[in-house]
Design a protein around this ligand. Structure first.
Ligand code: VG1
Ligand code: CO
Length: 540
């Protein structure tokens, strides 16, 4: 074991989902090592324990994994299980931590951010429950990075991760595991594979876009078992630079899938996942299911799926996610929780048995089967529901709106905004929170304006400054929030929502329906003048 002197780096503060920086930042000598040592210093159970390690296969993944293995050995981990070729999806890591009672896992991913030598890299620690470390732990890790002056490592050769094998490094046992088998086994235990399989036998056309990211091999394995045609999984080979795209399943970056689904003779069912496999989108013929609607529809239909046949305990959504799921929860008479953005806030609710399902507007949904969002799980939920109801995605969505009404919903992202300008927009809205209620803008009157604070009902922790929201008497609202996953300047997110009752206009153009509150959000925030960005960079 070698003790290497180091000095601290600024800014190793985990954001919404771990530490994300450019690959170049991570490649600086000692940068990754400092953060990894801070994890070992902050989580003492890893000494003598089992650690799971894997990543989304992006550029620098392999090098980083060898560094982590050497440091795990030097820091006294008893065992490490690592995915073959260093690859594990985020939901797979969560499942494996839980299955083998590990003390934690390290996931190397920058999720939907671009990869390659000029792209981004990330590292995240998940605890023994399989979920992202809560703020108390990420705060401790960050505090440690600020005073670190040495780290421990072994001076040994790389481990061959290309073959499934058991080996040793110093006193530590290493097992290179099949990346997909534990995960696919779990999926089989949750869903009615036979019913889904019948959909394909009966000719349902289907397309899953792996976006050259980590989900490809998982999707191939699962859909092969289900008897889907071979060519129904596209872009299935994980590439270190995701084929040059952003592995973000939205209309901009999953263009190939969207064009197929909106073509005249397009498939009946379309889906995609992101860089690390935790996000999902689902499309019907000529219809993109808004992720907020998706959570609501999964909640309303969960009882049709074997794993949830006895009903659900409750549902949680992040604050910016639309209230569509709330309407379903009220009807089912189960509790609904509103958490800050980021999966780490769902962990306590799941562990405490208060909820079964949870989701975010950013294309994330999952259940209590693991403690991460799970892209393929959501797609299989949808397929199982399509099979059980004997209706297409498009029919199910329209049917849902006709029952509950429609929460028209969109997110406008202003990316690569200069930091001080982004902060000025937030400050401008913040300054008006006290005076906005009662003011009228066009047809809308402000009912409530606040900065969202979350009180965790389980551990009683308090998380402040989780987004600025302006809610109108009509129930419409907008929210401003600064992203915590970007690496270039700041990303301002504007979330827009307008509710239309079941007997109202359910089939209008989305942006047109939201144009009224979009205008008010612009007027109140002055975002265009302050940032100089006249249009959002991405609309989803
Ligand atoms: C974004 C999403 C958030 C999600 C997070 C991590 O965070 O908005 O809902 O949990 O990414 O997702 P932010 O701070 O940029 O808004 V992933 O798929 O990167 O693990
Ligand atoms: Co992701």
């Amino acid at each position: 074991m070698t003790k290497t002197p180091t000095s601290s780096f600024d800014g190793q503060k985990p954001g919404t989902s771990g530490l994300r920086k450019t690959v170049k930042t991570f490649m600086q000598p000692h940068y990754l090592e400092n953060f990894v040592q801070a994890i070992f210093d902050s989580v003492p159970t890893l000494r003598g324990g089992l650690l799971i390690v894997g990543g989304d296969g992006r550029y620098y993944n392999r090098t980083a994994i060898q560094i982590i293995l050497r440091m795990a050995a030097a820091n006294g981990a008893a065992r490490v299980m690592v995915g073959q070729n260093g690859i594990l999806s985020t939901p797979a890591v969560s499942a494996i931590i839980r299955k083998y009672d590990a003390q934690g896992g390290i996931i190397l991913s920058a999720s939907h951010n671009p990869g390659g030598p000029d792209g981004d890299f990330g590292i995240k620690f998940n605890g023994a429950n399989g979920g992202p470390a809560p703020e108390s732990v990420t705060d401790a890790i960050y505090a440690r990075t600020q005073i670190i002056d040495h780290y421990f490592t072994e001076l040994t050769d790389d481990v061959d991760l290309s073959i499934l094998q058991k080996t040793k490094m110093g006193g530590m046992h290493i097992e290179v595991i099949d990346s997909v088998s534990d995960y696919t086994e779990m999926m089989e235990s949750l869903f009615d594979f036979e019913a889904i399989s019948d959909l394909f036998t009966n000719g349902m056309s289907f397309c899953f876009d792996g976006m050259h990211a980590v989900t490809g091999p998982y999707a191939k394995a699962v859909f092969k078992k289900l008897g889907a045609p071979d060519d129904s999984v596209i872009n299935a080979v994980p590439l270190a630079d995701f084929g040059g795209g952003h592995p973000d399943p939205n209309p901009v970056y999953a263009k190939e899938l969207f064009s197929k689904m909106f073509a005249e003779d397009g498939p009946d069912f379309g889906a995609a996942s992101d860089g690390d496999g935790d996000r999902n989108i689902v499309l019907g013929r000529k219809l993109y299911v808004s992720p907020s609607d998706s959570l609501a529809i999964l909640t309303a239909n969960a009882h049709l799926v074997p794993a949830y046949k006895d009903g659900i305990k409750g549902v949680a959504r992040s604050m910016p996610t639309s209230g569509a799921a709330d309407l379903v929860a009220h009807k089912l008479d189960v509790p609904v929780f509103e958490t800050p953005t980021g999966w780490k806030f769902f962990g306590n609710l799941l562990d405490d048995g208060r909820i079964t399902l949870c989701g975010e507007e950013s294309a994330g949904a999952s259940s209590d089967h693991i403690r991460e969002k799970d892209g393929l799980w959501a797609v299989l939920m949808w397929l199982n529901i399509v099979a059980a109801r004997g209706q297409s995605v498009t029919e199910i969505v329209h049917n849902h709106w006709r029952t509950y009404g429609r929460n028209y919903y969109s997110r406008h992202d202003f990316e690569a905004v200069e930091n001080d300008k982004a902060n000025a927009v937030m400050q401008n809205v913040l300054d008006q929170l006290d005076t906005l209620p009662g003011q009228t803008f066009g047809v809308e009157t402000v009912a409530k304006a606040d900065s969202f604070t979350y009180h965790d009902p389980v551990d009683k922790s308090v998380s402040k400054n989780q987004g600025l929201r302006v809610i109108f008497e009509s129930g419409s609202r907008f929210v401003f929030r600064l992203s915590g996953t970007g690496t270039v300047g700041a990303t301002l997110r504007l979330y827009l929502e307008k509710y239309e009752p079941a007997n109202g206009d359910l089939d209008k153009d989305l942006q047109e329906m939201l144009s009224g509150i979009t205008k008010i959000a612009d007027e109140i925030s002055d975002i265009k003048n302050i940032t100089g960005h006249n249009e959002p960079s991405t609309i989803s």
